[in-house]
Design a protein around this ligand. Sequence first.
Ligand code: CP
Length: 310
Amino acid sequence: MAEKQISTKHLLGIKDLTPEDIHLIFETADQFIEVINRPIKKVPSLRDTTIVNLFFENSTRTRISFELAEKRLSADVLNFSASASSVKKGETLLDTVNNILAMKVDMVVMRHPAPGAPHFLASKIDANIVNAGDGTHEHPTQALLDAFSIRRQLGAVEGKKVAIFGDILHSRVALSNIYCLKKLGAEVKVCGPPTLIPKHIQKLGVGVEHDVRKTLEWCDVANILRIQLERQDIKFFPSLREYNQFFGVTGKLVAEVGKPIVIMHPGPINRGVEITSDVADSPHSIILDQVENGVAVRMAVLYLLAARRN
Ligand code: CP
């Protein structure tokens, strides 16, 4: 396995990673892809390492993917769900984590609704912290697995045209993807209604488009994001039906554009809103490959961060 070291002790965001770190994660994940396709899928790399998965917000993919990655690496795994814990009795984040760390935990994987929560934790405790999504801020392992999936599908990320469609304003996946894709030399455009695109996003080096057809004609990869109704306390568009009509990626549009476009979605999908089923389930869709690749990418992240402790 990798002799080189990642430059950070924690994975708080893609913003903190160098392009070399990202390439190292991908090279390490390539080796773990091979491991998880063997009849015996486990390696002893993190034996005697204890990892807690702290989830203060709902998750299906990220939570299961991290747990599987940790088990494939032979770590001891603890799962914590805020809804079934003493957080409900008023215990603070820091008290919760310090109590868990008193039980000799080495690494913390955390999802939290507050942007910056993992950064706060990293400034207070000694364990490695992995951000599994902090509010509308970053979701670094999702961006890594997305870029890794593009690399596996198209051979490279550099020079590829990647369009991110949908609710950019509320999306931690969009911000982490933009940082990651730009660090790897891709061209990036965002496309959605003006109300769902942050005002100064061009400063991140991305193009802005509001026409789905034009954007599909431009891109090699379409990464279609979920409309995050739970984060929208005011109306950003009139109705879901109209959103689909004007901003949804539909089979009809993709067929009319008439070229192969790699279709991605981080999940969970609102079928019939941002994407129709004929696109999500088409032969050009790599949505389930993203999920499969996520386990190897998360194994790589945990393995490389653990090496920083030794
Ligand atoms: N992509 C993603 O973060 O999905 P979950 O919310 O189910 O973890």
